[in-house]
Design a protein around this ligand. Sequence first.
Ligand code: ATP
Ligand code: ZN
Length: 222
Amino acid sequence: MLIDADRLHIAIQKNGRLSDTSRELLKDAGLRLQNGRNALTARVDNFPADIMFVRDDDIPTFVADGVCEFGIVGGNVLEEFRLASAEPAVEVVAPLGTARCSLKLAAPESFDWQGPQSLAGQRIATSYPRITERWLADQGIAATVVKMNGAVELAPRLRIAPFICDLVSTGATLEANGLRAVADVFDSEAVLIRTTREIGVTRSALGEALLSRIQGVLTTKD
Ligand code: ATP
Ligand code: ZN
C-alpha cells in the first residue's frame, strides 16, 4: 500500500452536517490543518497526520480497508455499513455527542397508526435498508423496504411507498411533507472510529496519542 507508515490518515466529511464538528474536534485536539475547505486532503502541520475530506458514506469503508486509520461518521451510517459487511474491520473509540438524530418510521398524518403491525405487507422507503429490515425483523413484521439515496420524504407523494424510515432531528421536514413520526428505529450521534487492521508500531503509537488528546477534549466538554 502507498500510505506512509509514519503518518495517520483521518477521514472526515467534506461538506455536510458532520463537517464543522469534525473540524472543530481536530482543532480542539490541537491539530492545525494547512488547507482550506475546498481541498480534498489537508496536511496537519504540527502532528504527523493527513486529513481526507470525503462523502460521509465512504468513511466506514476507508477505515475498514485501512486507507484511513481514523474517521468521524454518524452512528447511523456506521451501523448500516456494519450490517452490510461480514467482518467490518472498524471499531468505535469514542461517541462524540454531536450530530444527534434518530432514524424514525413515519406515516402519513392521516394514517390510522395501530403500531408496527400496521406495516405488515406495506412498502417503506429509506436510505438505511439494513437498519430498517433489522427493526422490522425484531418486530416480527414482513414488509417491503425500498432503498432511496435521498429525498426519502418525497416517497409518499411520488407513490413510491406510503411509509418512510428517515433521519429526523426536529421533525419539521416530516411535517412539511404531511408525515408524522410513529416509531423510533435507531438513535444516532457522531462517533470516532478506528481501523482494527494491523497498522504497525509507529501509527499505533500516533493513534494512542491522538486518542488521548481527543479524550481530553471530550472530558472537558462533559
Ligand atoms: P454527503 O454529501 O457527505 O454524503 P449527506 O447528505 O449524506 O452528506 P448530511 O445530511 O450532511 O449527509 O448528514 C450527515 C450525518 O449527520 C447523518 O448521517 C446523521 O448522522 C447526521 N444528522 C444529524 N441530524 C440530521 C438530520 N436532521 N438529518 C439528516 N442527518 C442528520
Ligand atoms: Zn452521505
